[in-house]
Write a protein that binds this ligand. Sequence first.
Ligand code: ADP
Ligand code: TZD
Length: 578
Amino acid sequence: MSNDAQTSTLTDGFHLVIDALKLNGISNIYGLPGIPVTDLTRMMQAEGMRVISFRHEANAGNAAAIAGFMNGAKGVPGVCLTVSAPGFLNALVALANATTNCWPMILISGSSEREIVDLSQGDYEEMDQLAIAKPLCKAAFRVLNAEDIGVGIARAIRAAVSGRPGGVYLDLPAKLFSQTMDAAAGKASLIKVVDPAPRQIPAPESITRALNLLKGAKKPLILLGKGAAYAQADKDIQALVEKTGIPYLPMSMAKGILPDTHPQSAAAARSFVLPEADVVLLIGARLNWLLSHGKGKTWGGKDHKDWGGQKFIQIDIASTEFDSNVRIDAPIAGDIGSCVSAMLAGIGNSWTKPPADWTNAINDKKTKNIAKMAETLAKDPKPMNFHSALNVVRDIFKAHPDTLLVNEGANALDFTRSIVDMYKPRKRLDVGTWGVMGIGMGFAVAAAVESNQRVVAVCGDSAFGFSGMEVETIARYNLPVCVVIFNNNGVYRGTDVNPTGGADVAPTVFVKDARYEKLMEAFGGVGVYAQTTAELRKGIEDALKSGKPTLINAIIDETAGTESGRITSLNPAAALKK
Ligand code: ADP
Ligand code: TZD
């Protein structure tokens, strides 16, 4: 047989990995090349996949994680590809973060020779990656033989997107890639996963129990979490809220499932509705720290651990979530789409709306708080503060509701969340359950790649620094991303001083008046130095018009932030004052 004839009937590990991913609708890879995956990235591109190459794996991992949030409900996880040991470790924070946030992501890392690694003989980038990944993700697999690649990728996809979504690690040792096998047998070994995220239909009695509880409520409240955004059951969720007439609160990444301007949104009366509500329906939201564990003063409890008296209905795909913090009186185990549509069917057309004294009281609070906020937003101080700068961002999102918003920082996060209204689902991507800094540029890249829409990333100057080098990636792929850095000279603010009077600045302080916009200019993008709201407005509007990679250095009063933004109370207080 000639060489040509021989190669045409063979396939190899590289191509089987690519074919298996493509067969399952995975077309975007976020990664960073190097031994042993350099050729894999080349071949992926040659085979028509979009390979986005990053400057650091942490950012590629974050990109894959948020791609999973955006597409997981359609059965497609985000995929990150890295080299062995250090590259793998760099992406591991993102994998753990994806798992914590219930986002489906597969981290594929090349690894070194098993027989050397397992005898600790000191291979190039030696590490038992599978063992290290395991406790940090939902599932971890290793494929040793080319004929198992189809199964390995199918298992990784199912583990990532089915049930409660999460991160999956897939270990591909270097030797796998060059293994050959008969091409027809290779093709036959691949698996197109049928129904990767199967519906989980709730038990009818769980729906009846929940509806009975909700019917008797005098002060009902719906809480929408990012699980509700993830599930892409937008129409049914909107219908449930509107048919019942129950006021609702969106968690950060659930903003926009219904427009934030919706008359039933109780967001502007949050601190009133949480302690007052008597029955709370949680849809894809956990009663974790972000909701004060469902108890304590936030919920009207006497002390920080006391129950406020609310009854909870919780829709979640993971039944282990129920009762994790307080009693769940009506758990509904199932996927949000199926659960909400079953509730809608049970509600029919004759639901009695909540008592008017409840909805009127909420509306009174809202009106007062919105008027107070409008007064603050109308001010235009020099230098800008968070409110005046965000007033600009708020106007821009109102006029461009399809734009995606990436958001990280402390004050830059908290103020943006409460000031900038979202009008459509899954447009707000942020630091999530961990409040992790560094998601900014990775999320921005994936947001642009996955959505084909404009992206605005509002980042604190500290937050931006974690992923700042990826402005080169944004410029290189010519992505329509406008990064807005709220530059207040440090972590939280820029005013701390070194108490010793020494030459080092305080731990929270950065170089004053740093010219971040030049970073983007260095790579051929547009840099804007914005000292006024007019300059900021023009900068963002120009970026949205042109679609050019843009970085706006928005100068914010360095005294404007507060320590830790809205979670100052989580800072341990020193027991001893020295
Ligand atoms: P938030 O931070 O917005 O409050 P969380 O991340 O705490 O939201 O909660 C999301 C919840 O949604 C998780 O408990 C997860 O199990 C659940 N979830 C995710 N996807 C689905 C789905 N398709 N159906 C039902 N529950 C889901
Ligand atoms: N490291 C990581 C990975 N995540 C974190 N959340 C932190 C450190 C601690 N941290 C916060 O929680 S917010 C923040 C840090 C370092 C930065 C706040 O400063 P900023 O934003 O400039 O980004 P503001 O607007 O000035 O508050």
